[in-house]
Ligand binder design. Structure first.
Ligand code: AMP
Length: 214
């Protein structure tokens, strides 16, 4: 199963990707996670990406396309994958198509998770993540039992640097200017399904699963 999750920052792509990983045992491929790991390790890639990520801008296409080309040929992606946060531009989508054609593979479903802008801002400003196990929380909608501490592993919770209010506004604009054209791109290929992204995590997962399981 090869899936693309489209949706604005805060739409729930990462959360739903993790649920798909546990049900279908295929890897989640998140360019955002790969870039954040590079940033943490201060690799050349991380240093290059940091300036863009801090401002909420997209990292240049050739950089993320390179990451994806390397990632999709790894052994664990042979059984399928869930792309979370890639592609984000039409240029990236074309590069993905070329890469998959060469591997004799195709995308099965593109799921666009839709959430209104006001709710996106509320979700992103309150988002907290465990620095050890990556579990996600929200200060109001899904708070941990003890403030700042992960319920699952007792790790410390942190707020992503790009989840500040100013950067969120920039990221939402980048999404509507550069990523939203992918809706028409995949619609014209007959592969797009719109998913209502408002509701509980389980409700949204069952909407997604109803599409991918048939
Ligand atoms: P995310 O975790 O998907 O919200 O991504 C965090 C940041 O990483 C974005 O705001 C971009 O700066 C960068 N990024 C992640 N994926 C991509 C991509 N496909 N193209 C360009 N930049 C990306």
């Amino acid at each position: 199963m090869r899936l693309i999750l489209l949706g604005a920052p805060g739409a729930g792509k990462g959360t739903q990707a993790k649920k798909l990983v546990s049900k279908y045992t295929i890897p989640q491929v998140s360019t955002g996670d790969i870039l954040r790991a590079a940033l943490k390790d201060e690799t050349a890639l991380g240093v290059k990406a940091k300036a863009y990520m801090d401002k909420g801008e997209l990292v240049p296409d050739e950089v993320v396309i390179g990451i994806i080309k390397e990632r999709l040929v790894q052994e664990d992606c042979k059984v399928g994958f869930i792309l979370d946060g890639f592609p984000r531009t039409v240029n990236q989508a074309n590069a993905l198509e070329d890469t998959l054609n060469k591997l004799d593979q195709a995308i099965d479903h593109v799921l666009e998770i839709n959430v209104g802008n006001e709710e996106l801002v509320d979700r992103l400003t309150g988002r907290r993540t465990c620095k050890d196990c990556g579990a996600g929380y929200h200060v109001s909608f899904n708070p941990p039992a003890k403030e700042g501490t992960c319920d699952k592993c007792k790790g410390k919770l942190y707020q992503r640097e790009d989840d500040s209010e100013a950067t969120i506004v920039a990221r939402l604009k980048v999404y509507s200017d550069q990523t939203l054209p992918l809706t028409d791109y995949y619609k014209s290929k007959g592969r797009l399904t719109a998913i209502d992204g408002v509701g509980s995590e389980e409700e949204i997962f069952s909407r997604i699963d109803a599409v991918v399981s048939c």
